[in-house]
Ligand binder design. Structure first.
Ligand SMILES: [Zn+2]
Length: 273
């Protein structure tokens, strides 16, 4: 991609019930670059919306449903999870979204290596299915905010090494919450970019990055809820400085509750750097 793009998580709040056409208008007026479609409650989009989104030249990504657990004990739950990711990716390809993200699963108190192998096995099914139908979008497990959820940075980097179209979606606020307040300084942010660039060098990951950011509240157990940046201790300024210094291109999706206002805040701050 040619620059770093600033996206809202879902339609801006002031869209009201006016749909994607209005949402893109608002984003454009605010000098934002696009949005992440929220399929978090199911892979559903009307034909009209689909056409509108497809016809927009703005940057698009999709968040797959929350009801995904590639490490579920029940086969039906695993199959349904695979299906949800595959369908999300197929729609992404159709509407011109460059990347999809999802929370891959839960450890369920199982051995971490065993969980990794299970998630790898299910990811192979997903990527094989997509490759057979010619779908070429980035499939991105997201770094998660709780210690019970699979997906620390190392696990996702390792998984990315195994599959052509897999890369991390780095949710910086989740990492901050997952480790109860660390991962919030310039040096820690820089370390994340350095590690990803080095470990996944062949895929040029900083050229088409996919990140999530929001203010966040957390406890020792990790993520509690998203907050607006100004109500939270999340150090978005140093993070944006690191984005700039590493010349990261791609998409940052802002997930603060005020959606477009924080997206605008980080976009404007970034351009002062
Ligand atoms: Zn997410």
């Amino acid at each position: 991609m040619d620059k770093l793009n600033f996206l809202t998580a879902g339609m801006p709040l002031r869209t009201g019930n006016k749909g994607y056409g209005k949402a893109f208008e608002i984003l454009d007026e605010m000098q934002l670059d696009g949005l992440e479609l929220e399929f978090v409650r199911g892979v559903r989009i009307s034909d009209t919306s689909r056409e509108t989104v497809k016809n927009s030249s703005m940057i698009k990504t999709i968040h797959a449903p929350f009801y995904i657990n590639l490490n579920a004990r029940e086969t039906e739950k695993i199959d349904a999870s695979i299906q949800r990711i595959v369908e999300t990716a197929e729609i992404a390809q159709d509407i011109g979204a460059f990347s999809i993200t999802y929370h891959a699963g839960y450890y369920l108190n199982m051995d971490k290596n065993k969980v990794y192998d299970t998630i790898k096995k299910q990811t192979a099914i997903i990527t094989d299915t997509l490759s057979k139908s010619g779908v070429k979008v980035w499939i991105r497990p997201e770094t998660t905010g709780k210690a019970t959820q699979w997906g620390d940075l190392e696990e996702i980097i390792n998984l990315s090494k195994e599959f052509e179209y897999v890369l991390p979606c780095v949710d910086f606020s989740h990492l901050h919450a997952r480790y109860n307040g660390i991962s919030n300084t310039y040096d820690e942010f820089a370390q994340i970019f350095e590690t990803i660039a080095k470990e996944l060098e062949e895929k040029k990951p900083l050229e088409h990055f996919h990140a999530h950011m929001a203010g966040i509240e957390y406890t020792a157990k990790g993520e509690r809820q998203h907050l607006n940046f100004e109500e939270s201790d999340f150090n978005y300024k140093d993070l944006l400085k690191a984005f700039k210094d590493f010349d990261v291109k791609g998409a940052i999706v802002c997930e603060s509750p005020n959606i477009e206002d924080d997206a605008k805040l980080i976009r404007d701050y970034y351009y002062t750097l």
